[in-house]
Design a protein around this ligand. Structure first.
Ligand SMILES: [Zn+2]
Length: 285
C-alpha cells in the first residue's frame, strides 16, 4: 500500500474529542417513517383536512413535537456513501453481514468480488469505514446524534397529504398494513425544513473529517437523501457544517473552536487529505 490512512490510536487511548455541529435542510419533502397508528391519527388531525382515506399511510418520526431522524439513519447514509465511493476508488472495503442478501450467500466469495467488496472486517483489522463507523462487535469512533427539526410539527408538516400510487417496492409495506386502496397518503415534512444535529468523534484523523466534508459537498448538489420514497422525489437534504470543536482529554479542555474562516480552512485541508487517501489506489482524479 503506497499511502495508508492515518491509523487511529485505537480505543485504549483517548487523545482528542471532537464535536461537529451541522444543520440539514430539506430540499425535497422528507419522510422518515413513524409507524404507530396513534401517530398517524395525530398527524392526520394536525393536517385537519377531510381525507379520501381514513388514515395516512406514512408520517414522519416524531419526538417531543419535533420531526426527527435517528442517529442510526444518519450514520447509515454516511457509511453507505463513503463505502461506495472508496470501493469505486479501488479500496478494500467490507460489506456488513447484515447487508448481505440471502441470494448472495450461496456463492458469497464470487458475489462479493463482483461488488468489489470484502467480507465483514474482523474487529482487529478494520477497513477505513469500519475503523470510523464500527464493526458489529466494536464501536466506531463516530457517534451521530438524532437530527431534530428546529420548528414544531405544526409548522413543518406539508399542508396537504400527497397521494401516491402504490406500485413500487417501497410501498409494499404500506399496502400490507392497510390491505386496501390503490394509493397511499403520505404526510411528509415539507421542503425547507431545518434540522439540527451533531457528530461526536474520538481521535479523529484529517481523512475522516475530510470524508464528512465530502458528504457535505455531495449533499449541496442533491445527492444525499434521507428516509423513505427516495425514488419518488423525497428525502434530499443539504448538510452544512456550522462548527467544529476539538477538545484535549488530559485534562478535558476545549483546544480550539473552528467557525467561519477557520472552519473553512480546516475542512478544505482535511478534504485534500481525504482525496489523497481516496486516490491512493491509482484512480486518477
Ligand atoms: Zn470493514
Amino acid at each position: 500500500m503506497s499511502f495508508d490512512f492515518e491509523k487511529m490510536n485505537g480505543f485504549h487511548k483517548l487523545t482528542s474529542l471532537w464535536r461537529i455541529e451541522y444543520i440539514a435542510t430539506c430540499t425535497q419533502p422528507i419522510l422518515t417513517r413513524g409507524v404507530s397508528d396513534e401517530l398517524r391519527e395525530e398527524i392526520g388531525d394536525k393536517i385537519g383536512k377531510t381525507l379520501p382515506k381514513p388514515d395516512l399511510d406514512a408520517v414522519p418520526l416524531v419526538m417531543d413535537d419535533r420531526a426527527v431522524i435517528t442517529g442510526n439513519a444518519v450514520k447509515g447514509i454516511f457509511r453507505h456513501i463513503l463505502s461506495a465511493q472508496l470501493t469505486e476508488a479501488g479500496h478494500d472495503i467490507c460489506i456488513q453481514s447484515v447487508k448481505i442478501r440471502e441470494e448472495m450467500r450461496e456463492n458469497l466469495k464470487e458475489n462479493l468480488k463482483k461488488l468489489g467488496r470484502k467480507e465483514e472486517c474482523k474487529p482487529e483489522d478494520p477497513c477505513f469505514v469500519c475503523m470510523w463507523f464500527g464493526t458489529p462487535s466494536r464501536q466506531g469512533a463516530l457517534h451521530f446524534s438524532f437530527l431534530m427539526s428546529e420548528k414544531n410539527l405544526d409548522e413543518i408538516l406539508i399542508s396537504e397529504p400527497i397521494p401516491m400510487v402504490a406500485l413500487s417496492e417501497d410501498m409494499n409495506a404500506l399496502i400490507a398494513v392497510k390491505g386496501k386502496g390503490r394509493f397511499a397518503l403520505l404526510a411528509p415534512v415539507k421542503e425547507g425544513t431545518t434540522f439540527y444535529g451533531w457528530i461526536k468523534g474520538e481521535n479523529l484523523s484529517a481523512e475522516i473529517i475530510g470524508a464528512i466534508k465530502e458528504i457535505e459537498d455531495m449533499s449541496k448538489k442533491g445527492f444525499v437523501q434521507f428516509g423513505g420514497f427516495k425514488t419518488r422525489g423525497f428525502g434530499s437534504m443539504k448538510i452544512e457544517i456550522t462548527k467544529i470543536q476539538k477538545y484535549t482529554t488530559v485534562p478535558f479542555k476545549l483546544e480550539k473552536e473552528y467557525v467561519e474562516n477557520d472552519l473553512e480552512n480546516l475542512l478544505s485541508d482535511c478534504q485534500a487529505r481525504y482525496h489523497r487517501f481516496l486516490l491512493s489506489r491509482g484512480r486518477s482524479a
